[in-house]
Design a protein around this ligand. Structure first.
Ligand SMILES: [Ca+2]
Ligand SMILES: [Ca+2]
Ligand SMILES: [Ca+2]
Length: 355
């Protein structure tokens, strides 16, 4: 598809939408409910961290489906589905697929279009691989028995009324836990500018992190998990997140560890790097004292606030720095450019960087 045409149609679609960036669901129905604290309704209670969710124990050897009905129909040109599975002990899905509908009333037997994501990720050490027919499954092992599946798709999504999550038993069980169970902590759909582009993206650290606090905890979607380097002076220790595409960024959010030592997220440098890993934007920041979230925007630094990689570096050399619970990046993918579109939108500098 011509990327220029794609982008213009997406822009015209976005102009007409009045949808929430975070999609709220009014109801969900599933083909099976474990019961207790593990009903399908627990996957839209707004809490991914309460230890509950949609469990399938008792019928975990058969395919299952859940249909989520949006509180209001929504439009999007970028769409993210995140499926945190934070219960622990490998309670995550072996094989799943996400679809969407524009039916007036979403039902199990309705008309569904399979989501065909361009990016598929799994947090905390797993890799999410394509299984064909828009199905995905994990490989590898989780650092702590949890994960967060993230699918990102671009398109012209208009009048979406519901989402469908299908679970398949191709491995004999729906889930990877010892008894074959799985628990969906939350089913989260986000559109356009409120998509956290960094969620579950590949991340590297420039040197060893503190044992038990791996780099992958920086963008797993849990504010309760964090990472920091060892106790020796760590001048220029850095974390680098690969957004897996070039994005025009609007803001970054750096979240402190809770209940300990927020001073460890001070005196840091944030950089945006292009797809050749050349730095294109830099900010040397003091950070805000005390616990909370530092929001970083283009005006806080120098350069072009667009690129593929986000890097956080220890500027002070203080031990345990930088310590961070979550690094989030918000913005929009930059489609492969064409010259007329770039000139029209004033992105010529971006085009030059991308050759
Ligand atoms: Ca929940
Ligand atoms: Ca975390
Ligand atoms: Ca702080």
């Amino acid at each position: 598809m011509n990327s220029c045409i794609f982008s213009l149609s997406a822009l015209s679609a976005s102009a007409s939408l009045a949808s929430a960036a975070v999609v709220n669901f009014s109801t969900v129905v599933g083909t099976y409910d474990q019961g207790g604290n593990y009903t399908v309704g627990q996957s839209i209670n707004g809490n991914a961290l309460d230890g509950f969710g949609w469990g399938v124990f008792g019928d975990q050897t058969n395919n299952q489906t859940a249909v989520y009905t949006a509180s209001a129909a929504f439009n999007a040109n970028n769409l993210q589905v995140a499926i945190p599975q934070f219960l622990g002990t490998n309670h995550y899905a072996n094989d799943f697929r996400v679809s969407y509908t524009t039916d007036a009333s979403p039902t199990l037997g309705g008309s569904w279009t399979e989501l065909a994501p361009t990016i598929a990720r799994a947090a905390n050490g797993l890799t999410l691989g394509a299984l064909g027919s828009n199905r995905f499954g994990p490989s590898g092992s989780s650092v702590d028995g949890t994960t967060n599946y993230v699918l990102m798709a671009q398109g012209n999504f208009v009048g979406v009324t519901g989402m469908r999550l299908e679970l398949f038993n191709s491995a004999g069980n729906l889930g990877a836990s010892a008894n074959g169970n799985m628990v969906v902590s939350e089913f989260q759909v986000t559109t356009n500018a409120e998509i956290n582009l960094a969620l579950a993206a590949p991340i590297t650290a420039s040197a060893a992190t503190w044992p038990g606090n791996p780099a992958v905890f920086v963008n797993d979607g849990r504010s309760g998990t964090f990472s920091h380097p060892g106790q020796d002076s760590q001048v220029n220790f850095s974390y680098t997140i690969d957004l897996q595409g070039v994005n025009a960024l609007t803001r970054l959010e750096l979240v402190d560890r809770t209940a300990c030592c927020p001073d460890r997220l001070t005196n840091y440098r944030v950089e945006i790097l292009d797809d050749m890993m050349a730095s294109v934007w830099t900010a040397n920041l003091a950070g805000t004292p005390g616990e909370g979230t530092d929001t970083v925007v283009a005006g806080d630094g120098v350069g072009t606030f667009a690129g593929r990689y986000v890097r956080l570096t220890n500027n002070s050399g203080a031990q345990y720095n930088p310590q961070i619970a979550e690094l989030r990046a918000f913005g929009s993918p930059i489609p492969e450019p064409s010259i007329p579109l770039l000139l029209g939108l004033g992105f010529l500098g971006c085009f030059r960087r991308r050759r």
